[in-house]
Write a protein that binds this ligand. Structure first.
Ligand SMILES: [Zn+2]
Length: 291
């Protein structure tokens, strides 16, 4: 069962992911339990870093700024922050803490390699769906809306929650799956597909703010719904038959937000759930309790 949305996902580039958001922020991390607090004490992560994964982390005491591979990260007032790793992230990463006294403390972390479903195909890559004049005419504006939505900054604590599945159903497509045609890698699948009947309600996997609700179906994504969970983490839901929220709505985890469909480029009714943290695509499955 293949998601007809394969190639286009890379073009659009949304959504992100990962693991072990289960670790509740209220939980006392090892860092703070080590008294007295040493500035050299290691920072705490909710789980092992892995490609396509996401962890909640707690900064060193008195941290003012955090950087991942040189990029400044958002840091919550309580010292928690997210660390996400793209599907193709390097297996070594550098986290730098800038403390109140101006000192910098660096930590190198290993990022475990992802285990992606790679399928070698003895055939030439097909061009995918043909690009029509209508597609060309509409696509630019659609991408602009998606990029504008992702640039919005909302306050939400959804990123701190243990995510839940948006809809029950068979997993019909895995994040990271990729076909290689005669040695030529095609685009990988950037989300998780869940098969469900047309019209099945799906819910918000975590709290957030609706940043895009495509009332007019997009060419590829159909009725696209995007939710900002805060801290640079967002979800995108594709191919809906109906959207039950609008842009700017604050949604709660478990709230019905739309209905599964096959709008846009889809071979049948399913929910494609993609997640992105900043510019990293992450695997929604890794945010969920083990199946
Ligand atoms: Zn898909």
């Amino acid at each position: 069962m293949r998601c007809a949305f394969l190639a286009s996902l890379t073009v659009v580039g949304f959504l992100t992911t990962a693991a072990m958001l289960k670790a509740a922020p209220q939980q006392t991390p090892a860092l703070t339990s080590a008294a007295p607090q040493s500035p050299m004490a290691d920072f705490w992560m909710s789980g092992p870093p892995v490609q396509g994964g996401l962890v909640i982390a707690r900064a060193l005491k008195s941290t003012r700024h955090v950087f991942l591979n040189g990029e400044a990260l958002q840091l919550a007032p309580d010292g928690l922050f997210l660390l996400g790793f793209d599907r193709d992230a390097p297996v070594q990463a550098s986290v730098v803490f800038v403390l109140a006294d101006g000192s910098r403390i660096a930590r190198n972390i290993s990022v475990a390699a992802g285990d992606w479903h790679i399928e070698n195909v003895a055939a030439h890559m097909t061009g995918g769906a043909k690009s029509s004049a209508e597609f060309e005419a509409r696509r630019g504006a659609e991408l602009e809306r998606i990029n504008a939505a992702r640039a919005l900054i909302h306050q939400s604590n959804g990123w701190r929650q243990a995510f839940i599945r948006p809809v029950a159903g068979r997993i019909s497509g895995l994040f990271g799956a990729q076909r290689v045609y005669n040695g030529m890698p095609g685009s990988y699948h950037s989300g998780m597909d869940i098969a469900a009947a047309n019209g099945t309600a799906f819910v918000a996997p975590a709290d957030g703010v609706v940043i895009l609700a495509a009332a007019d179906a997009f060419t590829l994504e159909g009725h696209l719904l995007m939710i900002d969970h805060g801290m640079g983490l967002n979800s995108a839901f594709l191919h809906a038959s109906e959207l039950l929220v609008k842009e700017g709505d604050v949604v709660q985890q478990g709230q019905i937000i739309g209905r599964v469909g096959a709008t846009g480029r889809a071979s049948g009714p399913h929910l494609h759930w993609g997640m992105k943290w900043n510019n990293a695509r992450v695997d929604p499955k890794l945010l969920l309790p083990a199946l």
